[in-house]
Every structure is written in C-alpha cells, then in structure tokens.
Ligand binder design. Structure first.
Ligand code: NAD
Ligand code: ZN
Length: 346
C-alpha cells in the first residue's frame, strides 16, 4: 500500500489552501527523499493562497506548494552516493535543465528552462519532498534549523546584496520586507558604511533597525535627501538594492544615487513602470536584474557569513505548527511580521 503524508495542497482553483493526505512522493535514481522539519512562507505562497492572476496562469491544480525548507535525508536513489540518511539538508527550489548554454557554462541561475519547486512541480509544505540530488544543499548541522529553513529567501537577499561591492560604500535598500531586512544585515556584515532602508510599514522598519540599518526611513514621514544630509553624505548612495517592487521606491532610488552607482533589482513590480531614463544614462547607472540564487556560490556565502557571525535570527518573528497554517498565512498577510516558520515534526 502507498505510504501517505500530510500536506498543504492547492486543491481547487480558488483562494485558500487545504490540509490533505497525499501519497509520499516517489523518488528516481537521481533523487533524494527529504523528511521535512521546518518550512517558511514566502510572498509567492501568499499569491498562491490568494489565487491572483499570476497564480491562476502558473500553478497546476491540485498540487502541494511551498519551496522554503529544511529537513533530513530519508532515502535516495541508486545514483546518489554522497549523502546518508539523517543528513541535514535544505534545497535550491529552482530546478534547471543542465543542458542549455548557461547551465553548461556553470551559470545555472541563468537557465532559461527553470522549473520551480512548489510552483511548477510539487513543493515542500508536506512531511516529505523529493528533489534531484543536484538541488540538495548539504547544510552545516551547527546552523539552527530555523535559519536553514529560510536559506531560500536569505539567498535572494545575499545574491542581491553581494552583486556589487559594498565594502566602504553607502547602500540604499528600498523595501523592508523579510528580504530587504536580511539584505541590510548582509551589507552591514560585509562592511558597508551607511545602510539606509525605506518602507511604509513601521513594524518592518523597526526590524530593519534591529538587523543593522543605520537609518530606517518611513517615506510617508521623511525623505532621503534629509537622511543623506543628516548622515553627512557628500554624494548619493553608491549601491541601491530595490526590494519593494514599488515604482515610487524605484524612482526615489534613482534620484538618490551617485553618478556611476549600481542597482540590483529584486523587487517584482506589479505592472510596467516608467522611470526617467536620462538619469540612468547621463549618470552612468548600472542596473542588474536578480532572479533566485547562484548555484551554489550564494549558498556557500550564506553558510560562511552565518559561520562568521552574521545573525539574521530576528527576521523570524512567528512560529507555528503546520496544522495552524491559517493563522500563519493570516500573520503573513497582515504585514506585521518578518519570516513565518511552520514546523512539521511530531
Ligand atoms: P515583501 O512584499 O514582504 O516586502 C516588500 C516591502 O516593500 C513591504 O514591506 C512594503 O511595505 C514595502 N514597500 C511598499 N511600498 C514601498 C515604498 N514606496 N517604499 C519603500 N518600501 C515600500 O517582499 P519580500 O518577500 O521581502 O520580497 C521583496 C521583493 O522581492 C518582492 O517584490 C518580491 O516579489 C521580490 N522577490 C523577487 C525574487 C527574485 O528572484 N527576483 C525572489 C523573491 C522575492
Ligand atoms: Zn538550463
């Protein structure tokens, strides 16, 4: 008889998630079956819950969702020879083709045939997850499980924050969501001089201060020009990390940069947005789009930053058991949270 497990399933093409019994996933010769300990909720999961236009055209129904996790190795296929049962693992949620030009050149994060765990194929909000061994991150078991459960968004923050040199630089981060907050801690750890974070949410701005922002600015109450003056900055910010998806924030950023500045763009705007291209051109601004994490340089850097004392733990503000998923999603939606972690054990 097939072994069954509990899972959070997008069962119907409608808002919500359903806690169901589904078969434990099969694993092939190159796959690893992971026993899930903890998972974290991403903004993407909230889109899937809400069943917005993006979710409707992207998510197959029914399917187990979720992509941020930590667990232990339960079993593996016959081609897998460098893992053993019980090893602590997290995983890269972007499954790449391995055959395109970028994959072959080792630039797997630029694969044009990426498939997403919990988005295009079954995810980790479940007692078990099966993924290819090439997507398994063999974690340092000394790192707390809570922290490992958020390695995916921590990786978005790291990939963005370390895209340009920040040592000695002034960094502007627009958006104090969980990723913006972690990015503030990362650039601080990496030797930035001033780290200014903007948002319109006082709860999250307070968290950003806690994780190392020099100034956390509510843009409804103040402006970046005054902050720059107050800090004694002679020229604009050297590096901008856009992590809000807001057009207003992006335009504000462009107005606050020095000539020759660099922008790493992670936030996803809801629709087309206009910017003053003259400022990009005449001020010599570089803009880099960021998707996912570098496989696996970002994972390596996350690990070594934690090992060298980076503390991102305050970004986790709420913990629930998986059966309380409704409360967990409610907290996420309220905006009065950092990362929300679900436990799947016992
Ligand atoms: P989030 O939605 O929790 O955070 C966005 C924050 O921006 C919120 O706190 C919001 O209050 C703030 N904001 C809104 N308007 C603002 C304004 N005018 N100025 C400053 N801040 C403003 O998102 P998150 O999970 O932290 O992710 C950050 C962004 O990155 C989101 O847009 C998300 O969709 C995107 N993302 C991209 C990738 C990728 O691979 N490119 C991966 C994950 C997330
Ligand atoms: Zn590829």
């Amino acid at each position: 008889m097939q072994k069954m497990m509990k899972a959070l399933v997008k069962r119907d093409a409608a808002p919500g998630l359903w806690l169901e019994e589904v078969p434990v996933p099969q694993y092939g010769i190159n796959d690893v079956l992971i026993k899930i300990h903890k998972t974290a909720i991403c903004g993407t999961d909230v889109h899937i819950w809400n069943w917005d236009a993006w979710a409707q055209k992207t998510i197959p129904v029914p399917m187990v969702i979720g992509h941020e996790f930590v667990g232990t190795v339960e079993a593996f296929g016959s081609n897998v020879n460098d893992l053993k049962a019980g090893d602590v693992v997290s995983g890269e949620g972007h499954i790449v083709c391995g055959r395109c030009r970028n994959c072959l050149a080792g630039r797997r994060h630029l694969c044009f045939r990426t498939s997403g765990v919990g988005v295009n194929r079954p995810g980790c909000f479940a007692e078990y997850l099966s993924i290819p061994v090439t997507n398994v991150w063999h974690a340092d078991p000394k790192i707390p499980m809570d922290i490992l459960s958020i390695f995916d968004p921590f990786g978005n923050a790291t990939h963005t924050a370390l895209s340009f040199r920040v040592l000695g630089e002034d960094v502007l981060i627009t958006g104090a969501g969980p990723i913006g907050i972690m990015a503030a801690a990362i650039v601080r750890h990496s030797g930035a001089r001033y780290v200014v974070v903007t948002d319109v949410n006082p709860y999250r701005l307070a968290l950003a201060r806690k994780l190392g922002a020099t100034v956390a600015l509510d843009v409804r109450e103040g402006n970046l020009r005054d902050v720059q003056k107050q800090l004694g900055m002679q020229e604009g910010f050297d590096v901008g990390l856009e992590m809000s998806g807001s057009g207003a924030a992006f335009r504000d950023m462009i107005d606050s940069l020095c000539h020759g500045a660099k922008i790493a763009l992670l936030g996803i705007p809801e629709s087309d947005l206009a910017i003053d291209w003259h400022k990009i051109i005449f001020n010599g601004i570089t803009i880099k789009g960021i998707y996912g994490r570098e496989m696996y340089e970002t994972w390596y850097l996350m690990t070594s930053m934690i090992q060298s004392g980076l503390d991102i733990s305050p970004v986790i503000t709420h913990r629930f058991r998986y059966t309380e998923f409704r409360d967990a999603f409610e907290v996420m939606r309220s905006g009065q949270s950092g990362k929300v972690v679900l436990s799947w054990m016992e």
